[in-house]
Ligand binder design. Structure first.
Ligand code: UD1
Length: 437
């Protein structure tokens, strides 16, 4: 299994093209199941998670162009031009409405096929995703929303078996707390439900807005896009569309922090500052200025050492849980003490012991981590545990004295499009090595 090796200390400078957002691409791919026409997505990032979902869709009978096995259109373009990765999906001849365990267990987001399959075909059988490294992550809200729309749901043999032979009926769905995935499943399902549905306490992440806009381009009738109250007037059928995926705000924030932690300046091509306003405010307090340009966003640290700032994760527009680990790496070398609270997921501090191996001073109590900044981190062998935890170790490695090797980097391949190439282009000494070849 490959490892990533980093010789820390270089101050990064350069330009990085931000890829399309993984968390937008996945629901948009699932949305192809709502129509028999072709859905063409552009700005699709080159990621293992995209391939996993493409394989699942192909298994259901979706025609995936380029083929699910080798995805040639995901070939990287030039580093400093936005990616044009294209994916055309046609769900004209669905041969199965079962999402099998083998594919779903690889990626929880596979559960996003549930709403669209049920809405269009009146039935779906999707393996329960099970637990994962960042807490139990149940899907009860997804199931409650679909039940409210008239589906009958049973759990048998580790599968969700959902049926709605007469089709779904519109209703008001009020989520008790914000869930990105449940909002997406409910939104997709209501587009084809009979009547007008209202989704209250909907997640407002930009990726949800992206899904809603794509659904509108496919003929859906949705009001309130960008708000926590979505009004969906069901239509009989949806049609094909071509849609460009929103730039990845988490990738943007991650590389902005790479600039901050190495004391360098990085221009993030295609990035949208509006999507990371809260992280940008915290970074400004910490001493990293993010400025919108006509090409994207530039991240530039102030002179002098980073300052400690507290952060607590919240649903959008709050500070994203998907940037918590990276921010902790930054605070590990800041001047002072930072309190970081994780409100979205249990057990999302797996990066803490690994950062500690590099000299970070962090204590965790429940959902709160106290980070006391240290003058320098020291390179060490560390292990990636989940996607965002892994990239926090990359950030720490870039700042550390000496060499850091990160193992289990398949986590990074799930969510960071050509990470090594992008960092090398900014002057980082980082490469991918084969483990004990
Ligand atoms: C999505 C993102 C993930 C991000 C997360 C929060 C994708 C593919 N993934 O994950 O990167 O970290 O949003 O911004 O877009 N919950 C329940 N019951 C449910 C659903 C969720 O209890 O039915 C809980 C979860 O365990 C968690 C919280 O709700 O504690 C928020 O989860 P949710 O917003 O649903 O996250 P995901 O959609 O899984």
């Amino acid at each position: 299994m490959d490892k990533i090796r980093i010789h820390g200390g270089a101050s990064l400078a350069g330009t990085i093209a931000v890829s399309g957002a993984k968390n937008a691409a996945l629901p948009l791919m699932a949305a192809c199941l709502l129509t028999s026409d072709r859905l063409t997505l552009t700005n699709v990032p080159t990621l293992a998670d995209i391939t996993t979902l493409a394989r699942l869709l192909a298994e259901l009978g979706v025609e995936v162009d380029p083929g699910a096995s080798d995805l040639p259109a995901f070939q990287p373009n030039s580093i400093d031009r936005p990616l044009q990765g294209k994916l055309a999906l046609t769900a004209a001849d669905i041969s199965s409405t079962t999402a099998p365990y083998d594919l779903v267990r690889k990626m929880r987001a596979s559960v996003l096929v549930l709403g669209p399959l049920l809405a269009r075909f009146g039935r779906a059988r999707v393996s329960l995703p099970g637990g994962c490294a960042i807490g139990p992550r149940p899907v009860d809200l997804h199931l409650k929303a679909l039940t409210a729309l008239g589906a009958t749901i049973e759990l048998a043999d580790g599968y969700i078996e959902a049926t709605a032979p007469q089709g779904l009926r519109a209703t008001t769905i009020r989520f008790p707390f914000v869930s990105v995935g449940a909002t997406e499943n409910a939104l997709m399902a209501t587009t084809l439900a009979y009547g007008t549905s209202i989704i209250e306490n909907a997640a407002r992440e930009p990726e949800i807005g992206d899904l809603a806009r794509c659904l509108v381009a496919m003929g859906a009738d949705i009001e309130g896009i960008g708000s926590d109250r979505l009004i969906v007037r069901g239509v009989a059928t949806l049609h094909g569309a071509t849609y460009a995926i929103v730039p990845d705000r988490i990738e943007t924030g991650t590389y902005a922090m790479a600039a901050g932690i190495t004391g360098g300046t990085i221009e993030l091509l295609g990035a949208t500052l509006d999507h990371i306003l809260v992280p940008a405010q915290l970074l400004a307090k910490a001493g990293v200025e993010l400025a919108g340009t006509n090409r994207g966003v530039t991240a530039r640290p102030h002179n002098g050492r980073l300052k400690s700032v507290d952060a607590d994760t919240q649903p959008y527009p709050g500070f994203p849980t998907d940037l918590q680990a990276q921010f902790m790496a930054l605070m590990a070398v800041a001047d002072g003490r930072s309190i970081i609270t994780e409100n979205i997921f249990e057990n999302r501090f797996m990066h803490v012991p690994e950062l500690a191996r590099m000299g970070a001073r962090i204590t965790v109590k429940g959902a709160t981590a106290v980070v006391t900044g240290t003058d320098e981190l020291i390179g060490a062998p560390v292990m990636a545990t989940d996607l965002r935890a892994s990239v926090s170790l990359v950030l720490a490695g870039l700042a550390a004295r000496g060499t850091t090797t990160i193992s289990r980097i398949y986590h990074l391949d799930r969510g960071y499009d050509r990470l090594v190439e992008k960092l090398v282009a900014c002057g980082a000494t980082i490469d991918r090595i084969e483990d004990n070849p």
